[in-house]
Design a protein around this ligand. Structure first.
Ligand code: NAP
Length: 325
């Protein structure tokens, strides 16, 4: 099976490329920046220039492709509008995939998106789910809540850099999952007939509130975190301002996710659905504690080595000065 992966430079996309290549698939990646994607070619993937907002670049990427894996989404600081990337181009891609007689199609949505119509990205996800259901494609839709990798940016780096972590008093819990596990599950689903025309929530083995994640980061890094609380009223106001300017619109749309705090929905009974359908051992998926411990160990080891090198250089310089004297 030859796969077209779009969004291959992203957190999830790159893990899917790696897993697919490891399993012997032919992988083609549509990328808008060839230089940034060079590592994918080094891994063994074929790169082809395209930009999902330039619709004409899509059909030629589908030539001889039997499976499409769509992992692309708007970056917060993109100048392109999220409606173009997360809605219009995806509708076009679904159409083009049908014309190209693509055999399998994978899309990543968000858990409970249908309950949050005011959040643009959630709204687009629901619309794309609908278009897939109406299509002739053998699709699988995986609904996700959050990736481990997002925790690094949001919590782990501020903790290590001794910066404040911003959070709200209101809290919801998310069942984060490792993108490496999502990649493995995705590949497993490709040849599984039970996964055709199927929607499946993909959740990690435990739900974590932001406070719990912060405490975990403190414990594992051995550092104390400065917490700053921001009220939902301020965030709603900030969203209004950001949405007003075209160049900050995507950030404003991301902020729309605060709606979730005002209307939390529990869905934890679906936690292990995918384990049964995909016949996977739930115990083998990565745990947040292990993932973060590994991250902090690697970073703290690097800092130690750097300090050691700096001290060594300093001592050598001092000795040289003493010798001269
Ligand atoms: N992150 C989460 O917590 C989360 C939660 C639920 C669902 N999901 C869904 O999971 C999927 C993967 O998310 P992610 O966090 O891995 O995404 P990500 O890291 O933000 O990566 C986005 C990818 O889309 C590409 N892209 C954006 N605009 C493009 C364009 N105009 N043309 C071509 N490529 C374009 C980016 O390319 P560049 O490198 O060139 O920018 C990048 O490869 C998405 O569908 C997302 O909505 C994510």
């Amino acid at each position: 099976m030859s796969l077209l992966i779009i969004g291959a430079t992203g957190n999830l996309g790159r893990q899917i490329v790696k897993q697919a290549l490891d399993e012997g698939y032919q992988v083609r990646c549509l990328v808008r920046n060839l230089r940034k994607a060079i590592f994918l070619r080094e891994w063994g993937a074929e790169l082809i220039y395209g930009d999902v907002c330039i619709l004409e670049t899509i059909p030629r990427c589908l030539y001889n492709i039997s499976g499409v894996i769509d992992t692309f989404t708007t970056r917060p600081f993109d100048t392109q509008k999220s409606i173009e990337i997360d809605l219009y181009s995806k509708i076009y891609l679904i159409h083009a995939a049908q014309v190209a007689k693509v055999y399998r199609y994978i899309f990543f949505s968000i858990v409970n998106a249908k309950f949050y119509n005011n959040v643009p990205l959630m709204n687009f996800k629901v619309q794309i789910e609908y278009h897939l259901k109406e299509s002739t494609l053998k699709y699988s839709i995986f609904q996700v809540e959050g990736f481990f990798q997002g925790i690094i940016q949001q919590y782990a780096i501020p903790v290590l850099e001794n910066q404040a972590v911003w959070t709200t008093k209101e809290t919801i819990s998310l069942a984060y999952i490792d993108t490496i596990d999502v990649a493995k599950i995705t590949m497993k689903s490709l040849n599984n007939p039970k996964m055709e025309k199927c929607i499946l929530p993909l959740l990690g083995n435990k739900s974590w509130s932001s406070t719990e994640v912060i405490i975990l980061c403190e414990t594992l890094s051995g550092q104390t975190v400065k917490k700053r609380y921001v009220s939902l009223t301020i965030l709603f106001l900030l969203r209004k301002i950001l949405l007003f300017f075209a160049w900050t619109e995507n950030i404003g749309e991301r902020l729309s996710f605060i709606e979730i705090f005002t209307k939390p929905i529990m869905n934890k009974n679906v936690l292990q659905n995918w384990v049964q359908i995909l016949d996977t051992d739930f115990m083998t998926i990565n745990r947040i504690e292990i993932y973060l411990q590994d991250y902090f160990n690697r970073i703290l080891q690097k800092v130690k080595t750097l300090n050691f090198e700096q001290n060594k250089n300093q001592n050598q310089n001092n000795n040289a000065k003493i010798d001269k004297f």
